[in-house]
Design a protein around this ligand. Structure first.
Ligand code: UDP
Ligand code: MG
Length: 241
């Protein structure tokens, strides 16, 4: 299982480095939690085949294309854990995590935070979860992000959802969503759209070539759009039951 291997390698490299003992304890605990969950899963059924293999869906699309909204519906129907890369970064800013000033500046500019920062936040969130199925929303945003994830986590996503939405519709939605975000203003939105076209579309192309992309027409009501999303997951029922 890749998350176990990822946790284990982190565990080994942490214990052999000079990181603080608090960090060491945290990694040890995470590894142990994951390990224990697996053992308990086996014990319940008594068959090793019931051990769950992680299932990762990347959820991509421009700003305001409805990624977060649809993720909430997927969580309700299919029991995924929703990890929004943007929310993890905003949480890092509000909790004064190392690099918080740099992260804030990058978001204000509509640029992409360095991969190692984002991947570390995602990795921690995965390791601290008991779930085995994850929606990673708004990441990877560039080929560099994608390569860093695959290298550090050691896995590719099982599927990729791409919410395809016209730019003018995205602009309208972002300007009316009123969430108090520093980047939901017309100047930053224009920059984000440019960054999306230049850097995120190549990621979608890469996974399309690997047959992993499910393109969703992101114009319509939330429920109409979810009716396109639902069959993507029911097709993977066996892996996510
Ligand atoms: N961001 C980033 N890397 C990520 C995800 C987000 O650098 O993997 C930054 C980037 O500046 C982006 C902002 O966070 O414009 C907001 O991202 P989010 O996914 O929350 O917003 P969306 O563009 O989907 O509205
Ligand atoms: Mg979002």
């Amino acid at each position: 299982m890749w998350w176990r291997v990822a946790s284990l390698s982190r565990f080994i490299s942490t214990t052999s480095s000079r990181s603080s003992s608090v960090n060491q304890a945290a990694y040890r605990l995470n590894f142990w939690q994951v390990y224990t969950t697996e053992i308990l899963t086996r014990a319940k059924d008594g068959r090793p085949s019931t051990v769950k293999t992680p299932f990762v869906a990347f959820v991509l699309g421009g700003p305001g294309s409805g990624k977060g909204t649809q993720c909430t519906k997927i969580v309700e129907s299919f029991g995924f854990t929703h990890l929004s890369a943007g929310d993890l970064l905003r949480h890092a800013i509000s909790s004064n995590y190392e690099n918080s000033a740099m992260i804030l500046d990058t978001i204000k500019e509509g640029k992409i935070v360095p991969s190692e920062v984002t991947v570390k936040l995602i990795q921690r969130a995965i390791e601290s979860s008991d779930n085995y199925k994850f929606l990673i929303d708004g990441f990877p945003r560039s080929e560099e992000n994608r390569i860093a994830f695959e290298k550090i986590i050691g896995a590719e996503p099982n599927i990729v959802l791409f919410f395809d939405c016209p730019e003018e519709e995205m602009v309208k939605r972002v300007l009316s969503r009123n969430e108090g975000r520093v980047d939901d203003n017309i100047d930053t939105i224009k920059k984000r759209l440019k960054v999306f076209a230049a850097l995120n579309l190549p990621v979608i192309k890469h996974y399309s070539e690997r047959g992993k992309v499910h393109k969703i027409n992101a114009v319509g009501t939330v429920d109409d759009i979810f009716e396109q999303v639902r069959p993507v997951f029911t097709a993977h029922e066996k892996e996510i039951e």
